[in-house]
Design a protein. Structure first.
Length: 118
């Protein structure tokens, strides 16, 4: 896992640059590393997530994102989600964006802006 730390608006945000989050343990390792570096949030480009994340029937997205909530680490998933036809996934993303802990954004830049402005 390669993580880049960015400082914006007085916040430190971790950007996952290399590696894939394929298990809940991978997510916990990312949270631990980001916390150790005093990051308040993590941006994960969609290509850094296992395809299971985007298939809600696996339960991986909910279980993984719950870890971010439990540990007080904000999370953003960045990418072009227009190719996903699942209405349940679209609803999940809309509901997540209404909350404070998890968001979906079209670009890494937008994700960083959202994490540092909320």
């Amino acid at each position: 896992m390669k993580i880049k730390y960015l400082k914006q608006n007085g916040s430190v945000i971790a950007l996952l640059e290399e590696g894939v989050i394929a298990t809940v343990q991978d997510a916990l390792d990312l949270i631990a590393e980001a916390s150790y570096q005093s990051a308040s949030g993590v941006v994960m480009p969609m290509e850094r997530l296992s395809p299971d994340f985007f298939s809600l029937k696996t339960g991986f997205a909910g279980e993984m994102l719950q870890k971010f909530v439990n540990y007080g680490m904000r999370a953003a998933i960045a990418g072009d989600f227009s190719g996903f036809g699942s209405e349940s996934l679209k609803a999940f993303m809309r509901e997540s964006n209404r909350g404070r802990h998890v968001l979906f954004a079209p670009t890494v830049e937008q994700a960083l802006k959202e994490l540092t402005s909320r």
